[in-house]
Write a protein that binds this ligand. Structure first.
Ligand SMILES: Cc1ncc(COP(=O)(O)O)c(C=O)c1O
Length: 421
């Protein structure tokens, strides 16, 4: 049994993920984590989306080791470095140009919430408006600006006041599949009597990750984009969790033909789990004055190095195809599991690419599944406002054998948990 007393005594009560997996991890390789007692775990948590390319990805590790051994610059504020130039050039040639996308890159502080803060501040500066539309169950980070746009009560309650200037609209399907929440949005934003201030931006995830793997339809997303253009608001897509290949394409919105004004990226953009965040903005929006939105750690060159190397996965369609294929394996397995347990426990299975939510009817049941899976060697988290959705999010690079093994553990854990409840 791992000794976790140092953490319990000295680490703040704010810690969270470690509460579900009470052991001390030592090494990570591809889709596997090991602990001090020599146990191995298949990782379906993937650093909450920051490890799309797995732990210590061999291709990236070698390049990182070489860079460090050659005394490559590590920290550089926003000075020009060869590592940053390589990233910029490769991101342009591998990701943006093939998709006919034209954006400037704003390197922000190293976490997702920094990217959202930059996007919101810029939208307000460009439009001269203060209001922003965000959605039910949306999650955008926990610094004040991003938290104002985040819906989850648990996160919002930590802040007394100061969460203003956001109007909340229902996400696609929030009131069930029979109510079109786009009509609601259109009615409120175009009507003169709605009392809603014209928004600087509409901020959304195309699939809500923390909010419960809620998948917006292409029609709904395109409708919102149209609405943005009509009311003079910017469309900001927060692709922090669903970008970098999670849904099968590099950006989560590619299939829907969206043309966002601003795109937020972080989590897996560095490829190696190193801190890095990026805000992409349409060139005409780049009205920042030098240093206006600043931050010390905007030049993590180790992250630039691995981020550039990770882009090699996107040189052909092979990687995308493998995500779609493994996504089918996940869906089939979850559907088989759903057939094996009493109907009253399963609410819905939803997802895309290699991210799926298995919604159970009770949070206690989901918690039992997480605990049972952990004991059997699988790390998986829950999401959704009620923490009742099992989030299946393995590294995109996981082998099919590893994936099936993880899904088997998940299957037996769900079946076992249902039999106890
Ligand atoms: C969609 C989305 N936006 C923003 C964030 C915030 O990122 P970070 O925790 O790195 O600040 C997250 C984190 O889970 C996220 O999923």
């Amino acid at each position: 049994m791992a000794d976790i007393s140092d953490f319990q005594e000295s680490e703040s009560e704010v810690r969270v993920y470690c509460r579900s997996y009470p052991t001390v991890f030592t090494t990570g390789k591809e889709h596997t984590l090991s602990d001090e007692d020599g146990n191995e775990y298949i990782d379906f948590l993937s650093g909450a989306g920051a490890l799309n390319y797995g732990h210590n990805n061999e291709l990236l590790q070698k390049i990182l080791q070489d860079y460090i051994s050659a005394n490559g610059v590590t920290m550089s504020l926003d000075l020009f470095t060869s590592a940053k130039r390589d990233f910029i050039s490769k991101f342009n040639s591998t990701i943006l140009a093939p998709r006919s996308m034209h954006y400037k890159m704003q390197f922000v502080g190293p976490t997702g919430t920094n990217s959202v803060e930059a996007a919101l501040k810029l939208a307000r500066k460009v439009t001269g408006r203060f209001n922003v539309v965000a959605f039910t169950n949306g999650f955008h980070g926990v610094t004040l600006g991003a938290l104002a746009a985040t819906a989850n009560k648990k996160h919002r309650e930590a802040t007394i006041g100061a969460l203003g200037n956001v109007t909340r609209f229902p996400f696609d399907g929030y009131f069930g599949h029979n109510m079109d929440s786009l009509i609601y949005a259109e009615g409120l934003l175009s009507g003169k009597g709605s009392g809603i201030e014209p928004p600087a931006a509409i901020l959304l995830e195309t699939i809500q990750g923390e909010g419960g793997i809620n998948v917006a339809s292409g029609d709904w997303l395109r409708g919102l984009q149209r609405l943005c253009r009509e009311v003079g608001a910017l469309l900001i897509v927060d692709d922090i969790q669903m970008g970098c290949g999670r849904t099968g394409t590099f950006f989560s919105f590619e299939e829907h033909g969206l043309d966002p004004d601003v795109i937020c990226l972080s989590k897996s953009i560095s490829g190696y789990g190193l801190p890095m965040a990026l805000t992409l903005l349409k060139p005409k929006l780049d009205i920042w004055r030098p240093g206006e939105h600043n931050g010390t750690f905007r030049g993590n060159n180790l992250a630039f190095v691995t981020a550039s190397a990770a882009l090699d996965y996107w040189r052909s369609s092979e990687f995308s195809d493998s995500i779609v294929k493994k996504g089918r394996i996940i869906r089939d397995s979850l559907e088989r599991t759903a057939e094996k347990i009493p109907l009253q426990w399963v609410k819905e299975i939803r997802g895309k690419g290699m991210v799926f939510g298995f919604e159970l009817n009770a949070p206690e049941l989901a918690e039992t599944v997480v605990k049972t899976a952990f004991k059997s060697g699988l790390i998986i988290e829950t999401c959704g406002a009620d923490d009742n959705v099992l989030k299946v999010m393995p590294p995109l690079t996981i082998s099919e054998a590893g994936l099936m093994k993880g899904l088997d553990i998940l299957h037996s854990s769900i079946v076992k948990a249902c039999s106890i409840h």
